[in-house]
Design a binder for this molecule. Structure first.
Ligand SMILES: *Cc1c(COP(=O)(O)O)cnc(C)c1O
Length: 390
């Protein structure tokens, strides 16, 4: 089965009682038992619910895996993973421009529990080998990264990490499983914020861990739960059944959405590339992108995020992004409507200016999550806002 057929059919059970084509939402906290302690899979909805199961079967199939465990958000998924595989004294290494929330979780929370965290440039084999030789338990990679869309050769990194016996996690949120399958490129674990492209409509939060690694997915002895499900049930990091149902509804249209996101992003990138007020366009689909060739090799498309460095001051940039009529000024990404983010004042505002500029996050940098509106309207909106700056 190919992608869209799986997205629409796997984990979609028609209702055996009434014949409803779409699976019902199981709004129940508990399940009837025939004898005390005797039940098939479902006993209490902190651990399991049919809507969790359906979405898990669905998402696992899209990444080419057998197992997935769903959570209430991307950060919830990461927290559960940490509780599942790390203990005090363990070390974690991450790519240098990791998602801000991931950085915060390690630096502000898990460092208090003696879990070490360091970031490295993983495009450089020497620095990577040095990092791996410190014997971390886990390596975390994102490709493309946020907001500069840096591409790292996933196969190269996972192959090297395997030689050192280090587990690898790829946060695949920006690419989506439609354009990139990290498990096929050697990663042990995939994480998604299903809040973004997977659900795709800016109306729900969710997260998932997809993997067939025994450290996560082996059954706990004398239990019906695997290790990660055990953490979910024990810690209460469980999603809501209706959220799972909505995410699964989003998944069914993922292929058509992703094709359109990519087509529009390419049109926007090409328009901005030629604009006199633009200094640099970051989009992995442009041949001018530094890692365009790696992107072509490991992805089947370039997704819908375009970052742009304008030749504009902090104030001019703010004026432009508040003049949009179609594009909405908001954090988040990966949904049907176009969104704009100004890293310097929003997502990355906590980083001191000097440090921020060193890593390329200048005052004129803007991240566009290109939606699936008509591309002419998105481009006209950019044009009229840019025309306001003299
Ligand atoms: C949004 C995001 C997350 C966090 O997901 P939430 O669902 O907001 O908790 C993690 N990684 C990446 C790359 C993201 O974009």
């Amino acid at each position: 089965m190919k992608f869209s057929t799986k997205a629409i059919h796997i984990g979609s059970e028609s209702d055996p009682n009434n014949g409803a084509v779409i699976s019902p939402v199981y709004l129940t906290s508990t399940y009837r038992q025939k004898y005390p302690g005797k039940f098939d899979k479902y006993d209490y909805a902190r651990g399991f619910n049919p809507n969790f199961t359906y979405l898990e079967q669905n998402l696992a199939s899209l990444e080419g895996a057998h197992n997935a465990v769903v959570f209430p958000s991307g950060m919830g998924a990461l927290t559960a993973l940490i509780l599942c595989i790390l203990k005090s004294g363990d070390k974690v290494i991450g790519i240098d421009d990791l998602y801000g929330g991931t950085y915060r979780l390690f630096m502000r929370i898990f460092q208090n529990y003696n879990i070490g965290f360091e970031q490295f440039d993983m495009t450089n084999t020497k620095t990577l080998e040095k990092a791996l030789s410190k014997k971390p338990k886990l390596l975390i990679l994102e490709s493309p990264t946020n907001p500069l869309l840096k591409i790292t050769d996933i196969k190269k990194v996972t192959t090297l990490a395997k030689e050192y016996g280090v587990l690898t996690l790829v946060d695949n949120t920006f690419a989506s499983p439609y354009f990139q399958k990290p498990l096929k490129l050697g990663a042990d674990i995939v994480l998604h914020s299903t809040t973004k492209y997977i659900s795709g409509h800016s109306d729900i939060l969710g997260g998932v861990i997809i993997s067939d690694h025994p450290d996560l997915m082996d059954k706990i002895p004398n239990s019906h739960m695997n290790k990660l499900e055990y953490i979910r049930n024990a810690s209460g990091i469980n999603p809501d059944p209706f959220a799972c149902w909505l995410i699964q509804r989003g998944v069914k249209t993922m292929a058509v959405r992703m094709e359109k996101h990519q087509e529009n992003a390419m049109a926007v990138a090409n328009y901005l590339y030629k604009h006199p007020k633009v200094k640099k366009v970051y989009y992995p689909g442009l041949p001018s992108h530094e890692n365009h060739n790696i992107a072509r090799k490991q992805m089947t498309g370039f997704s819908g995020i375009v970052s742009v460095e304008f030749n504009l001051s902090y104030e001019e940039t703010k004026k432009m992004i508040t003049s949009f009529k179609v594009i909405t000024l908001a954090e988040s990404l990966g949904a049907i409507e176009s969104l704009v983010d100004h890293p310097a004042s929003m997502t990355h505002g906590a980083i001191p200016k000097e440090e921020r500029e060193k890593i390329g996050l200048t005052d004129g940098l803007v991240r566009l999550s290109v939606g699936i509106e008509d591309p002419e309207d998105i481009i006209a909106d950019l044009q009229q806002a840019l025309d306001k700056i003299t």
